[in-house]
Design a protein around this ligand. Structure first.
Ligand code: NDP
Ligand code: CA
Length: 336
């Protein structure tokens, strides 16, 4: 995959001293569970050999490491120990939280349950605490989970929170409603954990921008989030301009989302749509760059997964700058 950030070379010019340390590169990716991908998903156009763990594991690690993220949010992780070992050797530490009744466990050749994971770069960031949640729908636990972590930048003491989730899959109005309820529970969980701290909330929401959950998250008064891929081409003034109408703010953001974050072919047909997001706190985080997705020709006619792409989802990579909080016009940071 070509390392282009909005057509600007990925080899970033050396940042101005002091500013570099406030940059956060986040990688969000549904890596495709090994057990589900190989035995359950029905990717009819993907050669069996491309779906083996022996083939996929190097591609997954390569994709993560070549992007040099500071924070990694993953879904469908069913080889956490492997990732912990490999990424651990590259200075990352991680947290894993499995789904309570992972579909992997119903498949004979499984490697344990799948779940969400967050990794962070140890030399740059310090884990201040984390929490996990089995998302509730109408006060009943569902099979979907979330992790939230508080991270402190070693250079400045500034803190931010990162949260990740993987919502209920499949189509239909009832499932869209269920995802929306999971989203409402996610918001409560994340708000309680993060308070006023700047937030990165990302994951596989299994919902296109037109689904209710997109508006639920962007319209949430408690969190006041924007969507990184939708905002990246806007000027900062446009992003911060308070929109008179919430409905319009959401529908404008929706229109700017990329055309797809996943592209696959199953027996039922081809699916090419946007269901993965990186939401962020625009007041305190400046979105500087987002990694473009490969074009159709690059992906190939059999789409993904393939020998080239280990997952049916593409990774979302975003560069943020963490801005100081301004209290009474005065900068106030983590340790103050
Ligand atoms: P979800 O409905 O959220 O989906 C589980 C996984 O299936 C996701 O990782 C999803 O990937 C993937 N998926 C989405 N669409 C398809 C598709 N068309 N074909 C194949 N896979 C797809 O799972 P839940 O956690 O709610 O668990 C429910 C599932 O677990 C059931 O569907 C069942 O198969 C299995 N199960 C089996 C039991 C049994 O055998 N007795 C008991 C309990 C559960 P993505 O998010 O990337 O779309
Ligand atoms: Ca999947």
């Amino acid at each position: 995959r070509c390392l282009q950030l909005n057509s600007v070379s990925r080899v970033c010019s050396a940042p101005v001293e002091g500013e570099a340390s406030q940059n956060i590169r986040l990688l969000q990716w549904n890596i495709l569970s090994q057990t589900l991908g190989q035995h359950n998903d029905g990717f009819v156009r993907c050669p069996d050999e491309a779906l083996t763990w022996e083939h996929r594991k190097y591609l997954i690690v390569q994709e993560i490491l070549q992007n040099q993220p500071d924070v990694i949010c993953l879904q469908e992780v069913d080889h956490f120990k492997f990732l912990q070992t490999v990424l651990g050797s590259q200075n990352y530490a991680g947290i894993f939280f499995p789904k309570p009744d992972s579909p992997c466990l119903y498949i004979e050749q499984n490697n344990g349950p799948d779940g969400c994971a967050i990794f962070y770069k140890r030399d740059k960031l310090q884990l201040q605490g984390y929490d996990t949640r089995i998302l509730e729908v109408w006060r009943v636990q569902s099979n979907q989970v979330a992790i939230a972590a508080r991270l402190r930048m070693r250079s400045s003491g500034r803190e931010f929170c990162v949260a990740t989730t993987h919502l209920k899959a499949r189509h239909g109005a009832l499932l869209a409603k269920l995802r929306n309820e999971q989203g409402r529970d996610l918001i409560r969980f994340v708000k309680q954990f993060a308070g006023e701290t700047p937030l990165l909330l990302c994951g596989d929401f299994n919902a296109e921008p037109v689904e209710p959950i997109y508006a639920t998250i962007l319209g949430c008064d408690l969190l006041r989030l924007g969507s990184a891929y939708a905002d990246v081409k806007l000027d900062r003034e446009e992003i911060l301009q308070p929109s008179a109408d919430l409905g319009e703010f959401v529908s404008e953001s929706m229109k700017r989302e990329p055309p797809y974050t996943t592209w696959k072919i199953r027996e039922e047909g081809e699916e090419c749509h946007t269901i993965d997001y990186v939401f962020y706190t625009p007041d305190r985080l400046k979105i500087k760059n987002c990694l473009d997705f490969p074009a159709g020709e690059q992906i190939g006619k059999n789409r993904t997964p393939s020998f080239q792409y280990p997952s049916d989802h593409f990774s979302l990579v975003c560069d943020f700058e963490l801005l100081p909080s301004m209290e009474n016009g005065k900068e106030s940071d983590g340790e103050n």
